[in-house]
Design a protein around this ligand. Structure first.
Ligand code: S3P
Length: 174
């Protein structure tokens, strides 16, 4: 069973995801890294040279590849679950956890705009609010939601573990 983390850029998917992977004996993968390695290009270059629609196609390919895997913690790019088929596929692989954070906390955590061309704008806080508003309904299809504002990655990872344990005790597959 894989565990997928979804949510906006800067919501803590990578840091909490790595800890969760360590604690649960899973391998950590990040869809953006998969794409960068496969295409031998940075996310910023893909956006600027090929455009966002092409990048979204690469995300779909990455998710399809992951369908054949097991025992992973998958950190997904912030826009990946907006595609219905991507979200359906993540849910086929196991529980999907939505990490959210306030727009201000999100902005504070997002330091590397090279990987986040969508926030390389004059008013990034406004952009975060807009994206969050547009994406909330899709993110809401997750099996579990954690507000990470003011929480350490370790605490977030622990809360996810607790959720996973409760699911296994209930014999309930999210
Ligand atoms: C994006 C989020 C980024 C990256 C790309 C687009 C988005 O990933 O996939 O810049 O649309 O929200 P992170 O969420 O890992 O920063």
């Amino acid at each position: 069973m894989n565990v997928s983390l979804i949510g906006m850029m800067g919501s803590g998917k990578t840091t909490a995801g790595r800890l969760l992977a360590d604690k649960t004996g899973r391998r950590f993968v990040d869809t953006d890294h998969m794409i960068e390695e496969e295409k031998k290009m940075s996310i910023a270059d893909i956006f600027s040279r090929l455009g966002e629609p092409e990048f979204r196609g690469f995300e779909k390919e990455a998710v399809k590849k992951l369908l054949k895997t097991d025992n992973l913690v998958i950190s997904t790019g912030g826009g990946l679950p907006i595609d219905v088929e991507n979200m359906d596929n993540l849910k086929k692989m196991g529980p999907v956890i939505w990490l959210l954070a306030s727009p201000r906390a999100t902005l504070r955590r997002v330091s590397k705009t090279e990987k986040r061309p969508l926030l390389d704008v004059e008013k990034p806080l406004e952009m975060i609010k807009l994206l969050l508003e547009r994406r909330e309904r899709c993110y809401g299809r997750a099996d579990f939601k954690i507000d990470t504002t003011g929480k350490s990655p370790a605490r977030t990872a622990d809360e996810i573990m607790k959720f996973l344990e409760e699911c296994s005790h209930d014999g309930h597959k999210p």
